[in-house]
Design a protein. Structure first.
Length: 219
């Protein structure tokens, strides 16, 4: 049986932590699932709640910025050796989209959209640190560029938007060298890589909160 290229939703009733990986492409059609937006730029703008940007299909909807009240942190994480240009807000993502469009294949993937549920046992004061340190360890240390954001909204009777993080991970070599724009399968471009990331997140959020920081300091 062919392995699926993204993890399946968890059963909340069984206390499982939700984890999903979805491809970003113009026309992704794998087991009848489509991406929410067609480009990496649009996906980054969505998670950052930014309406003041456009991709090759046009401007982002105003609704992105109108939902900024859900945003609890956002940013771009890069390896320490990254060139200065890479820190420009949408450069990496626009270049990944351009490289994908140049293939002429509408199903070619420019980036991966990862959703990570943040369990209630992790308090809001730790959300940003837990997500950032996880991304640094599991993706950035391997050379990936990652846009991240945390969304949540609490109402009087509980969570209206359950705490979760979004990661946009480029599927393309992003440095300006001979491999620029080529497909990069080693980050999470394979079923095995996606399962590795999923298991790493589940192990991390299963730790007692007081030990999460200690583990990274001791590692």
């Amino acid at each position: 049986m062919k392995r699926k290229l993204f993890a399946q939703p968890r059963d909340r009733r069984a206390g499982q932590v939700d984890f999903k990986v979805r491809p970003i492409s113009q026309e992704w059609r794998y087991i009848n699932r489509l991406p929410a937006y067609k480009t990496a730029v649009a996906n980054v703008a969505y998670i950052w709640r930014d309406s003041d940007v456009a991709d090759r299909f046009g401007s982002m909807p105003a609704s992105f910025a109108q939902r900024r009240y859900e945003l609890h942190g956002a940013g771009l994480l890069l390896p320490a050796s990254s060139p200065v240009w890479a820190a420009q807000k949408y450069t990496i993502w626009a270049e990944a989209d351009a490289a994908t469009a140049a293939t002429g294949d509408p199903t070619a993937v420019s980036a991966w959209h990862v959703l990570l549920e943040i369990p209630d046992r992790i308090t809001p004061a730790y959300w940003t640190w837990v997500v950032n340190s996880f991304v640094e360890r599991e993706l950035v240390a391997r050379g990936a560029a990652v846009a991240w954001a945390i969304h949540a909204l609490e109402g009087d009777d509980g969570w209206i938007v359950t705490p979760h993080a979004h990661l946009i991970v480029t599927a393309r070599h992003w440095r300006h060298d001979g491999r620029h724009g080529q497909r990069h399968p080693a980050w999470i471009g394979s079923w095995a890589g996606q399962k590795r990331l999923e298991h790493a997140w589940l192990r991390r959020v299963a730790l007692p909160q007081r030990f999460i920081r200690w583990r990274d300091v001791a590692a």
